[in-house]
Structures are given as C-alpha cells and as structure tokens.
Write a protein of this length. Sequence first.
Length: 341
Amino acid sequence: MPAARLLRLALAGTARTLCALGVFVVTAGSAVSWANMPWHEPPYPARTIRIVVASSVGAADDFFARLLATDLEATYRRRVLIDNRAGAGGLIGNMRVSRANADGYTLGMIGVTRLISELMREEPPYRALGDIVGVTHVASITNVLVVSRTLPVSTAPRFARYARFRPGELNYASLGIGSASHLAAEVFSRALGIDAVHVPFRVASDSFVELALGRVHYAIYTLPAAMGPVREGRLRALAVMTPQRSLTLPEVPAIAEVGLPEAQFDSWSGIVAPAGTPRRIVEQLHSDIARSLRKPAMRARFVHQGAESTPDSTPDGFMRHMQEEYLRFQKIIRVGRIKAE
C-alpha cells in the first residue's frame, strides 16, 4: 500500500478516536475554525431554584411565591423552594437576596418593605435597588381603610369628619415604625388633615383584637391581611386606597370616590434576582412567570386574596416602577420625619 494512503488512513483513524472522545478535529482545509465555533449556553434551570421571601409563612409575598413555585416546578421539572427569612423589618431576607450568587438559582419575592427598610436606616446593610435586577412585577395589592365597629361611622367621609373634630384623640395601628401600613396611615392622616396617635404592633392579629375592642380606632392594611376580620364582621372596611374599586370587595368604594384621591396608597410584590444575573436567565424567568400569571386559575387565586396579577410588566418596567416607588417613600419618610427605633 502506498505510503501516502497509509498516512491518510492513520490520520482518519486518529480523527475518529478524538471525535469519540469529544475533541473536535480542525484541519487546514476545514471550513470550521475555533473562532466560529458555536457556543451553547447550558440549559436553565439545571437544578433547584430558591425563592427567598422576607416575611413569614402566610403573608402576601409568601402566598404569591408559593403559587408561582408550584407552577414553575411543573414547567421546569425542577424543585422550586420557598425560603422564608422573616425578621428585622425584612432586612434578613433582603440581605440574603443581595448577597446571593448571580446565577439565577436564588431569587427574591419582594415588596415595598425592601425599599422602606433601606430608607429608614442611616447605614443600611444592602442597597435596595443597586443590589438587584427586576425580573417581573407579580401583583398589585389593595390596601384598605378599616375601623373599629365601636366608632359611630359607616363611611369614609363620616370618619373624616369624626376624626377632624377629635384631634389627638384617635389612634391607628400599624405593623411597626416605617412599615408600609405606617406610611399608608401617614399619607391618609396628612390627606385628611387629622392628628392621630401611632400604635405599632408586631403582628396584625394582635392589632385586630385591639381594633375589635375599640382600644385602637383605625388602620390601613393590605387586603390579604385584613380580609378575614372584614369578612367575619369584626372590622368595618370604609374604603380601598386604590384609584378603582377592588374586584375582591366591589361594594367598598375607592378612596378617590369619597373625595380623597391624595390618600391613595397601594402595595405590590415582584420577583427580583441578584445584580449581575445573566440577562437571558432574567428574560426566561420573566417570560415563564408572566405565562403563569396569565392563567385564569392563577388570576382568580390572586383576586381572592385581594390582589391582581400583573403579567404585562417587563423586567425594565418593573425596575422603573421600583425607582419611582423609592422616591415616593423617600419623600413620605422625610416629610413625616419617620425614624427607626
């Protein structure tokens, strides 16, 4: 056999061996070069995803996160775990999200407390917006003005007149200094021009007891939190603090309807990822979560809890929304001279 043919057979055998081992053989005459080799990103997700929730089990953010986790598990065929990190006004959970690896496997279900917690501290341990990227706005949450049934008022205008004639006599509940419920009540009190005493509580259930007994007079809570006592008749809902009526309590007027549009104060929840998370992962998560939020059954579950799903947001749009909210809360805290304990 000619030497040239032997050499060609030997080279061909070597090439087959290297290809079997996963090594590409590139010859001078080949049209493929290393510079033009296609680079395939590893599929996402390849392992368990963790959603950190900076609140306790049963809170609105926890409820939304668990609904989405169940749906995403079916989509990805991977586990999606909920990691509740409540405490310190949301600082613990928010810090965990800020310090997580930016690989798409640790996400955060956040709400307004992420922004407020940073604004309330002179030296915050995380940057509310600098440490994260928005993935998707998940829910718009209605706040509701609730009053004790011991008060002789049945509408928001009557309550406003009642409060104005009793400066310093009424008090309102919140979930702590600097909480969203505190800021909502500050905005409401300022809009009405009333002077009321702030009574902070650690948990909403304790404040509901005091409201029912008449020792606390009113509060502004998210509808998911206040729904139980309102439906049971222990508290009276006078207005929702949104521009339109809530689908959950359609019989309760919106605050703008009763002549107090400046008292509007709604809340929200959304999914974020640590800053630096690859854009392709952010966009994939956004697309898959938005698909879940559009499902009729999912939307119905949100409405039942006093919230509305928001599937039409974008990652950049959600980031802009959080920036606007940051400035809004910054002004409320500054004007109200609200400081952490």
